[in-house]
Structures are given as structure tokens and as C-alpha cells.
Design a protein around this ligand. Structure first.
Ligand SMILES: NC(=O)c1ccc[n+]([C@@H]2O[C@H](COP(=O)([O-])OP(=O)(O)OC[C@H]3O[C@@H](n4cnc5c(N)ncnc54)[C@H](O)[C@@H]3O)[C@@H](O)[C@H]2O)c1
Ligand SMILES: CC[C@@H](O)/C=C/C=C\C[C@@H](O)/C=C/C=C/C=C\[C@@H](O)CCCC(=O)O
Length: 717
């Protein structure tokens, strides 16, 4: 459960209506609020109301939130005034679909909410919360299509931003509240003038319709928001209509919730995830709704027992009093969880045709592959490791709605067959993320574990604030993120860069420091500052990891770098332009390789290239060579004729230049290392012709360094 007292919340559109109710409720629950609104009259009134009840509890900042710069200044102002920010509620909204007004509606209802989230991600620390006010118009037919589109966007934004893959990096919960009709200025008399397409008839006009819808007070909406704040899972959507609320949660968000609780509950020392079965029950409770067929969380903590939302709306005795997650009340929780699960299992059995088993061929090698449907792991193992979850998804249920053709193509396609999970490097990486001994680049490495450190003498007294068990959990939490970028995100949310107290060391030696870093771990839901050594040794990382994380940080504190490990070129690799330059230089020599003509030997070539004077000297040798050539050719012709006549005679002539691919040179000595045997080649030829290797007796001629024995023509018989 999230503790509201002491938290600081920024609420846009907090001057009146639902936003005002949010501010009042937050202050009542012990939080401090920054009321951001363009309506200064009502804004100041809300501020006064809060401060009268709890002095110093609120601050009004007049701001048009559609201006990014102005909104940014509000976040800065909040930090300056209260020193921190824990909760951001993007609530300001309007309805206006007229020619002049619809773009402003999109700007305020959607664009400003996106910008509010971006700023929140940059300003909030791990454990922070973003709540966006959407509307039930996001998912229902409404008189205001453009308004509905913006609210659909807000719900989608919140679901995705709060989804596990985002949450793992940001450690910030993101949720949406979808109020139904709530009489405020926005949903008041002017509505009928602000429509895009006038559909009303005298019988069916907006005013009549409004009176037929279940109405609710702004306080009911605020009550729902407080419940979401305390108990809501990241990515969940809370609908509040007619004063009753329901939490529809994205199935995948459960694992994010587990991860969140693995730090917050575990650190609180209330229960241990690994050893204490009571904690598992609570996680079981959290997860049981995953098994419901329609994907809706039928109020995990018992607010809507055995009823769906429509039924609750009809129920006059219904009272939305929530039970909270409490490790000490695990007994009761367990019971309700078990009954829910068995009931859902029963529903599954009734509809067997709607589910079909698909064995996913594509195993999951990276955290990006995290599926939407995550089977419960925690209840069985009590562990929060992502990879155990991943492994369990190898066989999973896929709704039949998936197009069969697409499925067929997927099954056929090559990428489905690659089994990334079994790649050796991925197996080793998984071992590393499970903190088990692993092997990388043929080197055996021990499992990741915090390195010993005694920090009594450091000013933060780290070892007295964080136990060894907690250090171990923090280390495995970091490594189980698996993905490079997520690990960098983890670091960026826990290390802050600030202006150093002194730019130079006391001794004046060394370089001037541009920044100083502060290191934090989240313990018991609070950030605990630790020294650098303690931080690095706990996570079992070097300072370079932190340095690199900051090197690729964007303005919003997100890591935008790439994982270049093992992919970069060697630093001494010759540059392409240098290679091109050398090639061009060689081309300038105007050289080409010598291609000897057929039946031309070195003697012939040397003679042809010689000067007249040299030719005189070489003449005798050249003539001799020519005679020998003629003799060879005559012998060849003779043998050919004889082979044609006699069946038991085979003549084999080799073009040695082709058979023996060895360079020859006049100036350097190149020889074969040993006898060159042409037996193999001739054998083949003879066999092909006679089909009987014993038929003929062949005398083999061995040729040694024949290139230099010009008298040997390579002829054999
Ligand atoms: N009232 C409903 O029936 C209903 C239902 C579902 C959702 N909502 C949503 O709840 C939110 C609050 O609506 P409400 O009913 O309280 O309306 P409201 O008109 O009573 O309050 C809206 C507040 O937002 C402020 N605001 C408007 N534009 C602003 C801007 N550019 N910059 C700063 N502040 C600005 C207004 O000054 C006002 O204080 C809206 O997002 C709305 O879409 C309302
Ligand atoms: C009440 C009509 C709706 O279109 C007006 C919306 C105006 C203001 C705020 C908005 O977020 C509230 C939505 C309330 C919706 C209530 C009921 C819906 O199911 C609407 C049904 C269709 C319709 O009559 O417009």
C-alpha cells in the first residue's frame, strides 16, 4: 500500500471540479499539493481552503498547461517550494468541438497530458505515481467524438506508459481514472453548444439524456483516485461512474506490480518474498484477476465480490469499502483469492472453444519479448525474476481471435524457427541475470552478488541503513532487468547529477569536476542516499557503467544510447578512406598481372622480351626449346593416333600450367616441397574410361619441381 502522508502532488486543473476534489482529498490524506490552473480566482480559493485546514499544505500556480514551457516552470516551482515531487495528476480538460475550439480541446486533453507525463518521468523519482484523468467517453459512444478521441488517447497513453516494460525502467506507476458523468462546469449547461454534429431532436436532447445517466459527486471521483493511488497497479484503468468504481487492469501489469512490491514491501521488512508464504498469498491476491476470462480485475481486494460492474451499479446495498493489501491479514486474503481462482477456472472450462493452445516456437531471448499474458510465477516460486516468467511463456494460451492465416504464416516463417533462447550466449546471459555463475567469452565468471563493503566511516552510514539481504535483493533486482537499456534506466533513476560543492579537490590537484553524483537506493518506499562505493559494490558494477549511462541521457533523464558491446569495430581498423587512397595509389602504377599465352614457357618469354644483344646469347637455348616443343607436340599427336587405334593404350596429356597453379618466376626460386604425383589425376581419367582399374598396367612418372626441369613434358605412359 502506498503511503500518502508527506507526499507532494502536482494537480493540473485543480482550481475547480474534479481537480479541486482531488486536491482536497490529497490534503486530507496528509499530502501537499501544487494546484496548477489557469483560473487564478478559483485556484487561489482552493489553495486557501487547503491551507486553512492544513497550513502550508498547498500552493497555487497560475498556468496554462498547454504551454510546455509554463508547465515545465510549474514542475520547477513545485520542486523549489516543497523540495520534491512524488505524484503528478494530469487532470485539466475541456469539451469543445466547435470549429474554433476543437484543436484547443486536443491540445489540452491529450497533448498537454503527454507533456505532463514526459515532465513527470523526468522529475519523479522511483516509486512516483502519475494519474491521468480520462473519461468513460474513452470507450463508449458519446455525443463528443473528438473529446472521446482525446480521452481514448489518455487511457491508451496511461496503459502503455504504465506497462511492465516501461515501469521496469521508470519505476513510476501510471494509471488512468475514467469518470462517468459528473456535474461540473465542464459537463454543465454549455455542453449543448459545444458539439460538432448536432444530433439532438426535441424528444432526445442532451439535457434529457444527462438527467438519465447515473450522476456522481466530484468527491466520489476523488475517492476512487485515492484508492488507485494507494493500491493501483501500474497500467491499470479505474472507471468511476454513478459513485462506484471498478479497476480494470492490464493483465501484463501484474509482473510490474510484483517488481514494484519486490522492492517496496521487501524493503519494508514486513514480509520476505522468498521465504514468507504470507507475502505470496498477497501476490496471489493481486494476480488472481489475471485469470478472469474478460481480463477485468473484479476488484482484487473484495470491493466487487462475485459481481460484475453492471450488477454493482444496480445494487442499492453496494458499498465500495476496499480491503487493503496487508501482509498480516493474509489468511482472509488467501481465502478470497482461492475462491476467485477456482471460479475463474470454472469459467474457463465452460468455454473451451474460445481458447486454443499454441506452442510458441519463438522463445524469448530478450526482455522486449515480454508477452502480454504472464502466467503466475510468484505463487509457486516466490521469486520475481523476469526470466522465470519468460520461460513459462513457452506454452501459452492465445485467443482464437488471432487470425488463423497470420498464425500460419508466422509458423512457416524463418524467424519463428530460430530459437534465440537456446543460443549459447543467451543461455549464459540468462544465467548472469539470474545471478548464477556464467561463462562469457570462454571465461568463467562467478554469479553476480554484492561485493563486501564496510561503510561505517562514510558519512551516509550505508551499512547500518541497508542490510546484506537487502543488498542481495537490490543486486538481483538490477541484474534481473536483463536488458542493457533497462539497467541503464535503473541507474539513471537512482543516481543524480548535481553541481559539485567544490569544483577542485581540497588539495587543488586533479581536474576540475563538472558535476557531482548522488547515489540512492529505494528502501522501505523511500530513497536512501548511499556512498558511491556502496552503490557500485552492491550492484556489482563499475563506475564506467554509471558514466556511460549519463553519457547517453536525454533531457528527460531517459537513456537513449545503444548497446554497442561486441559490435564496435576494432579501434585500429584501417579507415575506408585510407584503403581507397592506397588502392588509387596502386592503380597509378599501371601494372597488370602477366597472363601467359598457351604453350609459352619462360624461355620463350625471356627471349621475346630480350634486347637484340641478349637475343644473340639466348638464341641457342631458345631454338633448342622450340625443337623440344615440336618433339613434344609430335609425340602427343603420335600418342593420340595410337590411342585411337589401340584400345589398350591411353594417352594423357596435361596442360601443366592449368594443373599446377603455382607462380613461376625468373628471379625468385619457387619449388614444390616434394615430388608432385600426377597419379591421382591420371588414375581418375583412366578409371572413367576403362571402368576397371586392374585392366591396364600404368607406369607412373613422378615429376619433381618440373617447372625448373624444362626437359620434362609431364608425359607418361
Ligand atoms: N465532469 C465530467 O462529467 C467528467 C467526466 C469524465 C471526465 N472528466 C474529466 O475530468 C477532468 C476535469 O474536468 P471537470 O469536470 O472537473 O471540469 P471543470 O471544468 O470543472 O474543471 C477543469 C479545470 O481545468 C482548468 N483548465 C482548463 N483549461 C486549462 C488550461 N489550459 N490550463 C490550466 N488549467 C486549465 C479549468 O480552469 C478548471 O479549473 C477533465 O479532464 C475532464 O475531461 C469530466
Ligand atoms: C453525457 C454525454 C456525454 O457525451 C458528455 C460528455 C461530457 C462531459 C464529460 C465526459 O467525460 C463525461 C462523459 C459521460 C458520459 C456518460 C454517459 C455515456 O455513456 C454517454 C452516452 C452517449 C451520449 O449520450 O452522449
Amino acid at each position: 500500500m502506498y503511503d500518502i502522508p508527506g507526499k507532494v502532488a502536482l494537480v493540473t486543473g485543480g482550481a475547480k471540479g474534479i481537480g479541486r476534489a482531488y486536491c482536497v482529498a490529497l490534503v486530507q490524506h496528509g499530502a501537499k499539493v501544487i494546484i496548477v490552473d489557469k483560473d487564478s480566482e478559483n485556484g487561489k480559493a482552493t489553495e486557501k481552503h487547503s491551507n486553512d485546514n492544513k497550513p502550508g499544505s498547498s500552493l497555487f500556480i497560475c498556468c496554462d498547461v498547454t504551454s510546455s514551457a509554463a508547465l515545465n516552470a510549474c514542475f520547477d516551482g513545485a520542486m523549489k517550494h516543497f523540495g520534491k515531487l512524488d505524484i503528478v495528476i494530469n487532470n485539466a480538460g475541456r469539451v469543445d468541438e466547435t470549429e474554433e475550439g476543437w484543436r484547443s480541446t486536443v491540445e489540452l486533453n491529450l497533448v498537454a497530458v503527454i507533456q505532463g507525463c514526459r515532465l513527470a518521468i523526468a522529475y519523479l523519482k522511483a516509486g512516483g505515481v502519475i494519474i491521468n484523468t480520462s473519461s468513460i467517453a474513452a470507450s463508449r459512444e458519446s455525443t463528443f467524438p473528438i473529446y472521446s478521441a482525446t480521452k481514448g488517447g489518455v487511457t491508451a497513453l496511461s496503459k502503455s506508459l504504465g506497462a511492465p516494460r516501461q515501469f521496469r525502467v521508470t519505476q513510476i506507476r501510471v494509471m488512468a481514472i475514467q469518470p462517468g458523468y459528473t456535474p461540473t462546469t465542464l459537463a454543465g449547461e454549455r455542453l449543448k453548444e459545444l458539439v460538432w454534429i448536432q444530433t439532438d431532436t426535441p424528444e432526445d436532447n442532451l439535457k434529457n439524456r444527462l438527467s438519465s445517466y447515473p450522476s456522481q459527486t466530484t468527491e466520489s471521483v476523488a475517492e476512487c483516485m485515492i484508492e488507485a493511488l494507494k493500491e493501483g497497479e501500474s497500467g491499470s484503468v479505474w472507471t468511476v461512474d454513478g459513485g462506484r468504481w471498478q479497476n480494470e487492469k492490464s493483465v501484463a501489469s501484474t509482473s510490474a506490480h510484483r517488481s514494484y512490491f519486490s522492492q517496496s514491501i521487501l524493503m519494508s521488512g514486513k514480509c520476505s518474498i522468498k521465504n514468507d508464504t504470507s507475502s505470496r498469498r498477497n501476490f496471489h491476491l493481486t494476480s488472481d484477476s489475471e485469470q478472469s476470462d474478460d481480463g477485468q480485475n473484479s476488484k482484487p481486494h473484495g470491493a466487487f465480490p462475485n459481481q460484475d460492474f453492471e450488477e454493482c451499479n444496480q445494487d442499492p446495498n453496494y458499498s465500495p469499502v476496499p480491503n487493503s493489501i496487508d501482509c498480516s491479514s493474509a489468511e482472509n486474503s488467501d481465502e478470497s483469492a482461492v475462491s476467485d481462482v477456482s471460479e475463474n477456472e470454472g469459467q474457463k472450462r465452460k468455454k473451451p472453444k474460445k481458447q486454443r493452445k499454441v506452442v510458441k516456437k519463438r522463445k524469448l531471448g530478450a526482455i522486449e519479448d515480454f508477452p502480454n499474458s504472464v502466467p503466475l510465477v510468484l505463487q509457486e516460486t516466490g521469486e520475481t525474476n523476469i526470466h522465470q516468467v519468460l520461460r513459462q511463456t513457452e506454452t501459452e494460451e492465445t485467443p482464437e481471435t488471432e487470425n488463423a492465416d497470420i498464425q500460419q504464416i508466422r509458423d512457416r516463417s524463418r524467424w519463428r524457427k530460430r530459437n534465440l533462447q537456446h543460443w549459447e550466449v543467451n543461455v549464459e546471459r540468462r544465467k548472469r541475470s539470474d545471478c548464477l555463475p556464467y561463462t562469457i567469452k570462454k571465461k568463467d565468471q562467478p554469479g553476480k552478488a554484492p561485493k563486501p563493503i564496510v561503510c561505517d566511516r562514510c558519512r551516509f552510514k550505508c551499512t547500518s541503513k541497508i542490510t546484506e539481504t537487502q543488498r542481495g535483493e537490490l543486486c538481483s533486482c538490477y541484474w534481473s532487468l536483463f536488458d542493457f537499456k533497462r539497467q541503464k534506466g535503473f541507474i539513471l533513476t537512482r543516481v543524480k547529477s548535481c553541481v559539485p560543492e567544490r569544483r577542485r579537490s581540497r588539495t587543488g590537484e586533479g581536474r576540475e569536476r563538472s558535476d557531482s553524483k548522488q547515489y540512492f537506493f529505494m528502501v522501505d518506499g523511500e530513497d536512501v542516499r548511499v556512498c558511491q562505493a556502496f552503490f557500485l559494490k552492491t550492484l556489482c558494477i563499475s563506475n564506467v557503467v554509471v558514466f556511460n549511462a549519463f553519457k547517453s541521457k536525454d533531457g528527460f533523464g531517459c537513456y537513449v544510447g545503444e548497446d554497442l558491446r561486441g559490435k564496435h569495430e576494432p579501434s585500429n581498423k584501417t579507415k575506408p578512406q585510407e584503403i581507397a587512397f592506397v588502392k588509387q595509389h596502386i592503380d597509378n602504377f599501371n601494372l597488370s598481372f602477366f597472363n601467359p599465352k598457351k604453350d609459352r614457357c619462360q624461355t620463350c618469354v625471356s627471349f621475346e622480351n630480350a634486347s637484340l644483344e641478349e637475343k644473340e646469347k639466348l638464341k641457342a637455348e631458345f631454338d633448342n626449346n622450340q625443337r623440344r616443343k615440336e618433339d613434344c607436340n609430335a609425340a602427343k599427336s603420335q600418342d593420340k593416333a595410337r590411342a585411337a587405334e589401340k584400345l589398350n593404350f591411353i594417352s594423357v596429356t596435361f596442360d601443366l600450367q592449368s594443373v599446377l597453379q603455382i607462380p613461376s618466376s625468373d628471379v625468385s626460386k619457387m619449388t614444390f616441397p616434394d615430388f608432385f604425383d600426377l597419379k591421382v589425376l591420371a588414375d581418375l581419367l583412366i578409371k572413367n574410361r576403362t571402368k576397371d582399374e586392374n585392366k591396364e598396367k600404368v607406369n607412373w612418372l613422378k615429376v619433381k619441381s618440373f617447372r625448373f626441369r624444362k626437359d620434362n613434358p609431364g608425359r607418361m605412359e
